[in-house]
Design a protein around this ligand. Structure first.
Ligand SMILES: [Fe+2]
Ligand SMILES: [Fe+2]
Length: 361
């Protein structure tokens, strides 16, 4: 009996994984392919993070093969060697084949007990999808799909269509359980309104690069509040993973911290690498000295979007359409007044930007 083993985080499993599994089975004439989602990641119970149970269910809705929960049931870090030992015990006479990507093969010497891994199973190496010049093309019978789970998480967060990459059953499950979507519907609506306002401001103030700027402004605005519905502890844990710890001042202003956490979530979980977009998310609650045009646009758009209805919103909208810096200054003064009334401190980064605005304009 020949058993193929395909493990991974499968967060989410996609049609590229399915193609790889089918190719694995066909190439080696396997009697069975076992799909093994890896053990739990931390923060699994927070919005935006997906539990092992959900990844297991998604695997069942993606692959026509049995899905094993052996790594999900095992506490602590999942090591391939532990899985192989358990399978060897379960199937003493079977030939075990392990599907791995090219990138994993290069790091094989770093695996726990890698020599024993090679004794227990035969490797089947598949070039990584989407890596370099469409790796995997040219292999007879295997066409890679240009997608990764990381990119899919961003697409799902943005509410983009994913029918090309996910099975219909997986899409249904993701939608029903609102997986990979940390924003509540009201927050999503707000983000779409901010995106519209940000696009308008970018076209108004972007000069020659207005078109390019408006695309970035739209993206940053759609994403700016992605961490807002997460509990503070999750925001803090995300930031810690990203190398940012909250200052004492930020601890007393917890409502501004979702901006830092949003940047961390986008970079760590959704593969966003555009520093300009990340900066616009990071600074949308506080501002800082040396704000870029994109950062300022998202900051102002957040306060003039169509869903806002605070008393002087019309005045701020009029200011924003005439003079972006004047709008920023007005908004900062509005925030400072509110915070002073509540006895809250003013964040030094906001103050530094305010000073800069007063001096320069
Ligand atoms: Fe926000
Ligand atoms: Fe917002």
């Amino acid at each position: 009996m020949k058993i193929g083993i395909f493990g991974g985080t499968f967060n989410p499993p996609h049609l590229g994984h399915l193609r790889a599994a089918l190719y694995f089975q066909r190439s080696l004439s396997l009697d069975e392919v076992l799909i093994i989602p890896a053990g739990e990641a931390p923060l699994r119970d927070s919005p935006g993070f997906v539990s092992g149970g959900d990844r297991f269910a998604l695997c069942e809705k993606t692959f026509p093969f049995p899905v094993s929960d052996m790594e999900l049931r095992r506490p602590g870090v999942s090591y391939t060697i532990d899985t192989l030992r358990a399978l060897r015990e379960q199937y003493p006479a079977a030939r075990l084949f392990l599907l791995i990507g090219e990138d994993q093969r290069e790091k094989l010497h770093l695996w726990k007990d890698w020599r024993e891994v090679l004794r227990l199973a035969e490797l089947f190496v598949l070039p990584r999808n989407g890596a370099g010049p469409r790796a995997g093309e040219g292999i007879e019978g295997f066409t890679p799909l240009d997608i990764s789970s990381t990119r899919l998480r961003l697409k799902l967060l943005l509410g983009e269509e994913c029918t090309e990459f996910l099975s219909p059953e997986a899409i249904q499950y993701i939608e029903a359980r609102r997986l990979y979507q940390p924003m509540k519907p009201k927050r999503q609506h707000h983000s779409r309104c901010v995106a519209e306002a940000a696009e308008m401001l970018a076209l108004r103030y972007g000069g020659e690069s207005a078109q390019r700027l408006s695309e970035k402004a739209r993206l940053a605005a759609l994403l700016h509040d992605c961490a807002k519905s997460m509990p503070f502890e999750t925001q803090e844990a995300l930031c810690a993973r990203y190398g940012k710890s909250f200052t004492e001042n930020e601890h007393s202003l917890p409502q501004v911290c979702h901006a830092f956490a949003g940047e961390a979530y986008l970079a760590l979980e959704c593969g966003v690498t555009d520093a300009a977009v990340l900066g616009a998310v990071r600074w949308h609650t506080l501002g800082h000295a040396g704000m870029t045009l994109l950062e300022e646009i998202v900051f102002v758009a957040d306060l003039v979007s169509a869903d806002r209805d605070y008393p002087d919103v019309e005045h701020v909208r009029a200011l924003a359409s005439r003079d972006l810096h004047a709008a920023s200054q007005y908004i900062l003064e509005y925030i400072f007044t509110k915070q002073r009334k509540k006895g809250k401190p003013i964040h030094p980064d906001s103050l530094a930007w305010y000073g800069e605005l007063k001096e320069t304009f």
